[in-house]
Structure formats: structure tokens, C-alpha cells
Design a binder for this molecule. Structure first.
Ligand code: CP3
Length: 342
């Protein structure tokens, strides 16, 4: 029988939705912290296939999720293009910045990323052999806008100010950078699929800061281009798009981009999303990740609410954003049991 996640992505309404969690391999799990310590640091973990595969498998063993997501990071693509990348302890990512034509010209061409990313493809190959037969394997990349915000600012920013500033000051340069990332993303995801990924997800974590025409040009258009090229190369490949905090712009996003599933953050209500977004196809989401910290009756009630709201159409149960390091694994188990009616 086909894997539950792939059935939902094909548009099937299931009695119990498939379930997985964004950042399911992460610091809230003691076994993740142990493997990360063995690797030495986060990037070494990403680039050591045996260990990256091991942390990908840990939440599957513990919770029996219906999907595993490749363990890697959206910022490996800028690094493969030649940007410097490092993680400041307790603070997050840092990158060399792209502010001028010369900075852009110093980057590698989009098809020159594969040597650097070979360990990631090897992780996918290991996983495609080691996962339980009912578990789907999800590959991923950042969407071009979100990746560009980090490459321009050199770090995470609350309002993506430097990227918006470059867009205003030098639109041709901004667009040339977006094109380079878009092309590299097509190459990267295509190799993940060749290596065994059964579905891919595009994380546009900062899509919500693009408004009006900018949303259409820099969130919708690159996503559409990536999806149509991937589907041309890999017919039938399902794609999940996550334009986080798109709000009203979630409406019609699947049709406009060709995505098979739209992932929803928890700033929209599941009832609203069922009516306005799920009417066009599969949706993923959208429990508040904070409930993985607080637990209790509210967790059970809100989990049931999400399942109930989306029960009349194709749905993949997930959080509205990544699980946080302070989450309690027992709460994750309670969520899984509640979704599966145990
Ligand atoms: O979901 C998964 O389990 C798969 C692996 C995955 C990671 N990052 C591992 C990771 C995925 C899909 C991502 C996506 C990612 N990375 C996004 C988009 C999704 C989102 O959260 O909005 C973004 C913006 C990044 C960039 C990034 N990576 C940041 C900002 C940080 C630091 C913040 C933090 O949570 O610490 C990372 C580090 C990172 N990526 C960790 C993990 C498990 C924590 C690293 C650690 O072990 O210290």
C-alpha cells in the first residue's frame, strides 16, 4: 500500500492524517544532542552522512512518524555557492554578505554546487535504504527569497530589512541573486530526488514580509519556476510549499505555484484555512509549536481541533513552525496519540 503521506499529497482524504513535525530531529531530543556532540558541531553533523542519517531516523524510531525529513539546513546552498557560513553558539547563522555586483560575481554557477553537497545526497541514499517501508522521505530546500534574506543580511533578521533595502536600491542585483539561488535550488532538489527523496518541501520562512506585487514576484514566481522544472525532470514528484505567514495570500497559492500541498503556519485558524485553502487541495499544519512545551489538556484540545477542522479534505498533520529546543518529548507523544485516536 502506498505510504500515507504520499496518499494525502495525491489528494486523498484519509480517516487518520499522516503526521510529522518540522524540526523533528532537534535539540529537544536527548539522542539528537548526543549525536550532535559526537559530530562536534551542527555543520559537521549536516556533512557527515552516517550521523545526519542517524538523527533523521531518531524521531521515526521514537514516535513512528509517517515521514522523515532529510537532516540538513537551508543555508547549505549559499555555502555551496561559495558564501562563508558558520553558526555562532546560542545566536544562529552567520554568512558573508552579498551587497554588490562583485559579491554576486564571486559566487559559483548554480550547477557547480554538487561536489560540496555530495554528503547530503549520500545522507538521502542511506535513508532511502534504512527507513521503514511505511515512512516517506522528504527532501527540502529554502525558497529563494528566504535564502536571499540570509545571504544579503549575513544573518537572521526580524524584518528582513537588508534584503528589502537591496531590493529598493538595486533591483537588478537583487533579482540576479534570486535567479542564481532559484537555479541552484532546482539542481539541489533534483539531486535529492535522484538519491531517493520521494517528495520535496520549499521553506519560505520569511514570505510573510513580502507584500502585494513583491509577494507575487519573489515568493510565488520563484516557487512556481522551481516546481515546474522539478516536475518536468521528475514527473509526478509531489511538492509541499511553505510560504510562512502569507495570511490571505495562502488563498490560491497552490494553484499559482503548482504546489501539491500548502503548509500553514499557526497564525491562521484551521477553520479558516479549511474553507479557503484546503478547498484547492492538500494542506499541512498547523498546531502551535508552543503546545509542545506547555502540554496538558490544551494540547489535546487544540490537536483535536486541527484534526477536526481538516477532516473533510486531504491533510498532513504538523506544527505551524519548528518544534523548539525547550519542548518536552512526552508532549510530542501525546500529540501523536491524540491524532491517531489512542
Ligand atoms: O526539520 C527538520 O528536522 C529537518 C532539518 C532542518 C533544519 N533546519 C535543521 C536545523 C530544516 C528543514 C531546517 C530549515 C531551516 N533552517 C529554515 C526554514 C524553516 C524555519 O525554521 O523557518 C531556516 C530559516 C533555517 C536556518 C537556520 N538553521 C537557523 C535560523 C538556525 C538557528 C536557529 C535555531 O533553531 O537554532 C538553524 C540551525 C538548525 N537547523 C538547527 C537544526 C536542528 C539547530 C542547530 C543545533 O543543533 O544547534
Amino acid at each position: 500500500m502506498t505510504k500515507l503521506l504520499l496518499r494525502a499529497l495525491a489528494g486523498e482524504t484519509l480517516p487518520v492524517p499522516p503526521i510529522w513535525m518540522m524540526r523533528q530531529a532537534g535539540r529537544y531530543l536527548p539522542e539528537y544532542r548526543a549525536t550532535r556532540a559526537k559530530a562536534g558541531d551542527f555543520l559537521s553533523l549536516c556533512y557527515t552522512p552516517e550521523l545526519a542519517a542517524e538523527v533523521t531516523l531518531q524521531p521515526i524510531r521514537r514516535f513512528g512518524f509517517d515521514a522523515a525529513i532529510l537532516f540538513a539546513d537551508i543555508l547549505l546552498v549559499p555555502q555551496a555557492l561559495g558564501a562563508e557560513l558558520w553558526f555562532e553558539a546560542g545566536e544562529g547563522p552567520r554568512l558573508s554578505t552579498i551587497r554588490s555586483r562583485a559579491d554576486l560575481e564571486a559566487l559559483k554557477p548554480a550547477d557547480a554546487i554538487h561536489d560540496h553537497l555530495a554528503p547530503v545526497y549520500e545522507t538521502v541514499r542511506i535513508l532511502s535504504h534504512e527507513l521503514p517501508r511505511e515512512t516517506a522521505l522528504i527532501g527540502f530546500a529554502g525558497a529563494p527569497w528566504t535564502v536571499a534574506t540570509y545571504m544579503i543580511a549575513g544573518r537572521g533578521t526580524p524584518d528582513q530589512g537588508p534584503a528589502h533595502a537591496l531590493m529598493a536600491e538595486n533591483r537588478p542585483l537583487f533579482e540576479a541573486l534570486l535567479d542564481r539561488i532559484t537555479e541552484a535550488t532546482i539542481e539541489y532538489l533534483s539531486q535529492q530526488v535522484e538519491a531517493g527523496a520521494e517528495c520535496v518541501k520549499l521553506f519560505d520562512s520569511w514570505a510573510g514580509s513580502l507584500k502585494g506585487d513583491d509577494f507575487t514576484r519573489y515568493a510565488v514566481a520563484p516557487t512556481k519556476r522551481i516546481i515546474s522544472e522539478l516536475k518536468a525532470r521528475h514527473p509526478g514528484l509531489p511538492v509541499i510549499a511553505f510560504p510562512r505567514e502569507a495570511g490571505e495570500a495562502y488563498i490560491g497559492f497552490a494553484k499559482a505555484t503548482g504546489a501539491d500541498c500548502v503548509a500553514l503556519d499557526n497564525s491562521v485558524s484551521p477553520e479558516w484555512a479549511a474553507q479557503n485553502v484546503q478547498k484547492d487541495g492538500c494542506v499541512q499544519g498547523n498546531l502551535d509549536p508552543r503546545l509542545m512545551v506547555t502540554g496538558g489538556e490544551e494540547l489535546v484540545r487544540e490537536t483535536r481541533r486541527v484534526v477536526e477542522a481538516f477532516r473533510n479534505g486531504p491533510h498532513i498533520f504538523n506544527l505551524g513552525h519548528g518544534i523548539t529546543p525547550d519542548a518536552d518529548p512526552d508532549n510530542v507523544q501525546l500529540m501523536v496519540d491524540t491524532v491517531r485516536g489512542r
